[in-house]
Design a protein around this ligand. Structure first.
Ligand code: DSN
Length: 420
């Protein structure tokens, strides 16, 4: 291998320059091909998105915003960011967008920095009921720097009961009310949330990280026009590069932009912003709507097939891209199920269920999502097959030979639907 000194701007390909990292990348690509990826927050990006993200824009510093940067040489990255902003606004119909947050967490932190002072009160969905770490969990900065309170789901139905949320809001009197979740399989009544936030004089924020793609395609209700501020990620249902964004009304534009930069972040990841622009263009194509419709219909097929096999689903089903399975009736824990699925090459994550008698380290549920499988072109027929494999794996978890047979069935399915 040539030394860096001999070849400081290396033209040597990765496999030669760093065989160890190259091997890890190759193995990961094979893992993505060989496994049925059912992590609800993951997806597969297009080649075009990969290309933009792996581009020379990674070399550029561009602190500031298009037309007002703190560095020279920004004309082309300005173009990429303007394309991303214009397309995002067209897609969601919002008044303002900031496409610089490095992640959903950064987006949420920027909103809190913009709107709250340390110690101010916020009200978000309980993490153990399907909320998110950044919505006020005590182990997160959102629950440590702010006075965070939570609402949960109804004990009987496991649904968000707006009357209960309203009662909690009246009791807590928060400055910020957050709607949005990471393992809630149902639609959220954004209009109802808006009303209760208004009643207590709170700012209303929606974190639509999980459902952004569905919302962009118009197959899920949009919070735009209802929420004051909306945060999202671009890599879940949206199927773009890993990153975040913030939509807001015009009157919040300046404080949000100042909170993202210079408040929270320095130089934006311009290669990721270019890849976001590409993903936004993809989201403007008619095929994107067809794709998101299929994400939903696949989740419904999966839910129906699992129910048929005797699985309990939290809330009894889904209207989104995910199902949350309560495994207690199958006498297997979330950890055991996650490990068992891995043996047959299904990738999923253990998940706490509302009112879980067990803790987050070995919870009673598993979360299954359809975005990645749908990106591979799988449909309802495959969802039924996958549900059957899941059911058979759990029922025969101690039968090594049987599990090997199931793995072969998975191999057959994955080979029929190539990833890249
Ligand atoms: N960790 C993500 C998820 O899996 O839902 C949310 O940030």
């Amino acid at each position: 291998m040539m030394s860096l000194a001999e070849d400081s701007i290396s033209r040597v390909p990765l496999a030669q320059r760093d065989p160890e990292v190259a091997a890890a990348l190759k193995a990961e690509q094979k893992r993505q091909q060989d496994n049925l990826i059912m992590i609800a927050s993951e997806n597969l990006v297009s080649r075009a998105v990969l290309e933009a993200q792996g581009s020379v824009l990674t070399n550029k510093y561009a602190e500031g915003y298009p037309g007002a940067r703190y560095y020279g040489g920004c004309s082309y990255v300005d173009r990429a960011e303007e394309l991303a902003r214009t397309r995002a606004l067209q897609i969601f119909g919002a008044e303002h967008v900031n496409v610089q947050p490095h992640s959903g967490t950064s987006a949420n932190m920027a909103v809190y920095l913009a709107l709250l002072k340390p110690g101010d009160r916020l009200l978000g969905m309980d993490l153990s009921h399907g909320g998110h770490l950044t919505h006020g969990s005590k182990v997160n900065i959102s629950g440590r720097y702010y006075d965070a309170y939570s609402y949960g789901v109804d004990r009987g139905s496991n649904l968000i009961d707006l009357e209960q949320v309203r009662a909690r809001a009246l009791e807590v009197r928060p400055k910020l009310v957050i709607a949005g979740a990471s393992s809630y399989p149902r639609q959220i009544d954004f209009a109802g949330f808006k009303d209760l936030a208004a009643e207590v004089g709170a700012i209303f924020m929606v974190d639509m990280a999980h459902t952004a793609g569905l919302i962009a395609a118009g197959v899920h209700p949009s919070p735009v026009g209802l929420a004051d501020i909306i945060t999202a990620t671009t890599h879940k249902t949206f199927r773009g590069p890993r990153g975040g964004l913030i939509l807001s009304r015009k009157d919040y534009a300046s404080c949000i932009d100042k909170a993202v930069f210079p408040g929270l972040q320095g130089g934006p990841l311009m290669h990721v912003i270019a890849a976001k622009a590409v993903a936004f263009k993809e989201a403007q194509q008619p095929e994107f709507v067809t794709y998101q419709e299929k994400v939903l219909s696949n989740a419904k097929s999966l839910a129906a097939a699992l129910t048929e096999l005797g699985f309990d689903l939290v809330t009894g089903g889904t209207d989104t891209h995910l199902v949350l399975v309560d495994l207690r009736r199958k006498k297997i824990s979330g950890n055991e199920a996650e490990r068992l699925f891995e043996e047959v090459q299904i990738t999923a994550n253990k998940n706490i269920i509302p009112y879980d008698p067990k803790g987050a380290n070995d919870p009673s549920g598993i979360r299954l999502g359809t975005p990645t499988l749908t990106s591979r072109g799988m449909g309802s027929e495959e969802m039924v097959k996958i549900a059957a494999i899941i059911g058979a794996a759990i029922d025969n978890r101690n039968d090594r030979l049987f599990l090997d047979q199931l793995k072969k069935e998975v191999n057959l399915l994955t080979s029929e639907f190539p990833v890249y």
